[in-house]
Ligand binder design. Structure first.
Ligand SMILES: [Zn+2]
Length: 408
């Protein structure tokens, strides 16, 4: 059956495709490291008897032909890029697992009715250009020329230039789009990246949905004054307002239920002097929940408090939305099937939402999708400390393998 030693070896071999070897995985989009990783993936896919294609946005996919390729395929995979100094499991473990399923089908001489396609997505993290889900959006036809021309990395290089240097064809990005009928089911295995499964000592997570997210930059504008001479009741102090609002962000999230999270991770003040009442304070707001309405509800509580506090002293505020991603629900039939397989095999599982975004979230808008999590020890991820014991992978791959056969 599934050969977990092989998966372990492949994952360890892959640690070298990093710009920071020994200090976690730094494999950014359209970099030398990801190009080298791509060559190795082609090798592994060919070893699993897959027919390999690289598309014009850097995705790599390997096809195992079924008896009737006109039927919509079962597609399985994840991303092969990483954040700066990330872990060696995020994304790539899902790609290796999908390859292992192909290899196991091959070793068992199983020819499916449908095509089974392994996919390794380019640039899910968006670390370099600040966009994200690039490869999965490209195959769904969601990448625009505008994005390619205008998104830049830290050095000022545009996404277009980076793609051209990599030998890709940004002008024809529309051609990366897959036919609407090509995907029958999309399956992704991923590390949880949070502490829930590890804390509960549960082997597998069956994802019921991926959080929707709204992000804002909020600027409170008041008036700069002397910190010594201006009496408290004569100030328009944006710091006083902003900090009162920020102090309520966590409470607003908690009031709506345990699955909602809200975060202010950035704050800056102008002019920024110890003896000056600030003229302007800017802070970020990131709200996520499995329920899109709840995200909007938390945001409206924030703006209501801002309205109230600014109007009291004659200050103002501006709120600029920087991201709006709707929650994605996983296919219930596929969830049921995974639960049945896990029960039959006596694997412990827990149904949970994903707080992190994934390529699955993009595909789920168009096709039935399923996602399985393995525990992250101490919930650590996006860090060199990221780790998942291989026996968890073995069970998760086994569930997906059985799922592929049942779906076929
Ligand atoms: Zn990931």
């Amino acid at each position: 059956m599934v050969n977990i030693k092989r998966v372990e070896k492949n994952l360890k071999d892959f640690e070298k495709f990093s710009a920071t070897p020994g200090n976690g995985c730094s494999r950014l989009a359209f970099s030398k490291e990801i190009k080298d990783a791509g060559y190795k993936l082609v090798e592994l896919m060919e070893d699993a008897n897959l027919t390999v294609t690289k598309d014009l946005c850097g995705n790599i996919f390997g096809i195992r032909k079924g008896k009737d390729s006109s039927k919509a395929a079962i597609v399985c995979g994840s991303h092969y890029d990483s954040v700066y100094n990330g872990g060696n499991f995020d994304g790539i473990a899902g790609v290796m697992s999908a390859i292992e399923i192909a290899k196991t089908l091959d070793e068992n001489n199983i020819t499916l009715e449908r095509d089974y396609i392994v996919i390794a997505f380019m640039d899910e993290e968006g670390t370099r250009f600040g966009n994200g889900y690039f490869g999965s959006r490209a195959i769904m036809g969601e990448v625009s020329q505008d994005e390619i021309n205008n998104f830049k990395d830290k050095s000022g290089m545009t996404l277009r230039e980076a793609m051209e240097n990599y030998g890709l064809d940004p002008d024809n990005i529309k051609d990366a789009r897959w036919d609407d009928k090509k995907i029958g089911y999309f399956l992704e295995l991923h590390i949880e990246q949070g502490p829930v499964l590890d804390q509960k000592k549960i082997e597998l997570g069956i994802v019921n949905g991926i959080f929707g997210m709204q992000r804002y930059m909020i600027k409170v504008k008041g008036r700069a004054d002397h910190a010594g001479t201006t009496p408290m009741n004569m100030r328009k102090d944006p710091m006083d307002i902003a900090t009162k609002v920020i102090a309520k962000v966590a409470d607003f999230a908690k009031e709506t239920g345990e699955d909602t999270v809200a975060t202010t991770g950035f704050i800056s003040a102008k002019p920024g002097g110890m003896n000056i009442v600030a003229s302007e304070v800017e802070f970020s707001l990131d709200i996520r929940s499995i329920d899109n309405d709840v995200v909007s509800e938390v945001y409206s509580k924030v703006t209501k408090l801002l309205d109230e506090l600014t109007s009291k002293v004659g200050a103002t505020y501006e709120s600029r939305q920087t991201m709006d991603v709707k929650a994605a629900m996983m296919d219930e039939k596929l969830m049921d099937m995974m639960e049945n397989i896990a029960e039959k095999k006596n694997y412990s599982y827990y149904v949970l939402p994903s707080g992190a975004g994934h390529d699955t979230m993009i595909i789920a808008k168009y096709h039935p999708t399923a996602m399985i999590f393995v525990p992250s020890i101490n919930g650590r991820s996006h860090s060199p400390e990221e780790f998942t014991p291989y026996n968890y992978f073995e069970k998760a791959i086994d569930v997906l393998y059985e799922l592929v056969i049942s779906l076929d």
